[in-house]
Ligand binder design. Sequence first.
Ligand code: PEP
Ligand code: MN
Length: 360
Amino acid sequence: MSFFRTARPFVIAGPCGAESREQVMTMAQALAGMNVQLMRAGVWKPRTKPGAFEGHGADALRWMQEARAQYGIPMATEVAESAHVELALQYGIDVLWIGARTTVNPFQVQRIADALKGTNIPVMVKNPVNPDVALWEGAIERLEKAGITDVAAIHRGFSGYTSPNGYRNQLNWPIPIELKRRRPSLPLFCDPSHITGNRERIAEVAQKALDMHFDGLIIESHPTPDTALSDAAQQITPARLAEILSALIVREEHTHDMSGAEQLEYLRQLMDTLDAEIIDLVARRMELSTQIGTVKQLCNMTAYQPARWREIVETRGARGGANGLSPEFVTELYARIHHESIRLQLAVLAQKATGNEVKG
Ligand code: PEP
Ligand code: MN
């Protein structure tokens, strides 16, 4: 059985970086007494700019080994190179993780996978910094091909110039959900610390992740967060961590409540019928688009017409709004429909153009 499935939610906590022997021992002692399955601590820290705290390397691995022996809590650290893998294994680290800045680079992931051949240590793979599900899945595949059977994925948010809800990184549920659709048995964890970058907002994202069927959480925790050498704003004390964990509501995918299950089944049947109607309507709309394409071709008009598209956005957005839908959602939906419509019309224009040439 996967180590990552030994608890639900599976909780990983610990400092962003291992800063001193004392800090590591204090954290291990605190976490060992809580419902936490694995302690995290970075010993090689990928920093955006040079000159910041870059971790204590092998010294910190020694502290982690000692803390594990004394308090019995398994340890995890980030590896970004094959030399890191060798040292982490040498110091008896239980679980490794690949960071967002490494997952993005297939050459680097392959070097790590090669260094892992012959071991079967559990590995967690953070999402790449850019929202690319194939790249994330590719890193997981490289590990599996190297013989690693216990792999988990971590959603830590995506880099962007801004984040809509003011978080440090963009929270983007569709990407991890697509990964889970492709790989239903992959344990999927959420990192609310790196997503939010803000200790006040960790609880809200942690609960949402559980409601989105995530299997576990990785939360940065430090004995004195304000003095942390990295990611100070997002770290929380063990006491606050205990509070957050005990307030979490763990929901199930299925229910044993018969009346609830029946009601759900009934509502889903209604929804299945509506979806069938929606698809039939969209197909009819596309047929109209093709006919319009023929008229545009005859009259020598462009497929894309900015004024018409503006009118669609305005009228459909307003109708959506009047029906309680978000106008942004309706605009996005129509952008996709319009895009398909234009694709069909471009095909009509191209076809007729070839036909004319043949005739001429
Ligand atoms: C970390 O976990 O401290 C870390 C560096 O995370 P990420 O790779 O998600 O930025
Ligand atoms: Mn961190």
